[in-house]
Design a protein around this ligand. Sequence first.
Ligand SMILES: NC(=O)c1ccc[n+]([C@@H]2O[C@H](COP(=O)([O-])OP(=O)(O)OC[C@H]3O[C@@H](n4cnc5c(N)ncnc54)[C@H](O)[C@@H]3O)[C@@H](O)[C@H]2O)c1
Length: 281
Amino acid sequence: MKNFKNKVAAITGAGSGMGQQLAILLAKAGCHLSISDVNEKGLAETVELVRQYDVRVTSKKVNVAKQQEVKAWAEESVQNHGSVNMIFNNAGVALGATVEGETYEELEWIVGINFWGVVYGTKEFLPYIKKTGDGHIINTSSIFGLTAQPTQSGYNATKFAVRGFTESLRQELDIEKCGVSALCVHPGGIRTNIANDARMNDSLKSLGMNPDKSAKAFNKLLRKPAVEAAQEILDAVLADKRRLLIGGDAVIVDLAQRLLPTGYQKFATMATKLTKRFEPK
Ligand SMILES: NC(=O)c1ccc[n+]([C@@H]2O[C@H](COP(=O)([O-])OP(=O)(O)OC[C@H]3O[C@@H](n4cnc5c(N)ncnc54)[C@H](O)[C@@H]3O)[C@@H](O)[C@H]2O)c1
């Protein structure tokens, strides 16, 4: 893809954070938008923010964990815009819990959104995107899709899965030469609502952490502005990258994984213990 002018982009989780910033930057670049989120208030705010740009914008409340909702939204997006060139499978949630203490309901919740949401978004939009002959699938993993951390088993599992799914997809698309490509995004700490909206399970206490305060501690690690992250994602689409690391922390984590494929765990354990120090008094 050479530019975004007069293309059509679908974005999940567009009511906040990186999804919202992607919508604004794409609208500025002349790209029409079909945006969705489970949070109608945030979605309405994004619609307001892109109103000033001369592009067609449609929005819909969609829970990405429900295949029928994603399917219906993909169909409606094509009906409303004529075609869709890109899907940004961006919606995601976080969970802090130990393996022993997390409930199956919590695991099903995070897998439903972070993994199945990406699968539904990819599969329901792919046939339409292929019809354009000029498209892209952008799936958001994380640096937690490169290395694992204590308290993040659910999140780690979903983000590792997104990476495997997307890297396999990209190679299939390369073989098919159908004009569609795929990018896997691995952000480091980005300043968004992800930690504020995270579910923190009481089992964190068994590791000496305070579930009521650890979201605030985690927030302190989220430094990079979401608009900068969104710009890097769009640049990576135009450069047809396979993998995008966002932020210096992501580069360090990637390097640590390569140099110390299992040894990095000792550092991740230490970092988790240190996170406790950032908990507000
Ligand atoms: N912020 C970070 O530091 C960071 C780091 C690595 C990866 N990520 C990933 O980036 C993506 C974007 O997150 P963000 O940081 O902008 O967070 P955010 O919380 O600001 O935005 C996430 C959006 O997803 C929406 N969402 C949640 N559940 C949904 C559902 N079931 N259906 C549809 N939408 C739903 C939320 O309402 C919200 O608007 C996520 O996949 C997240 O895991 C974020």
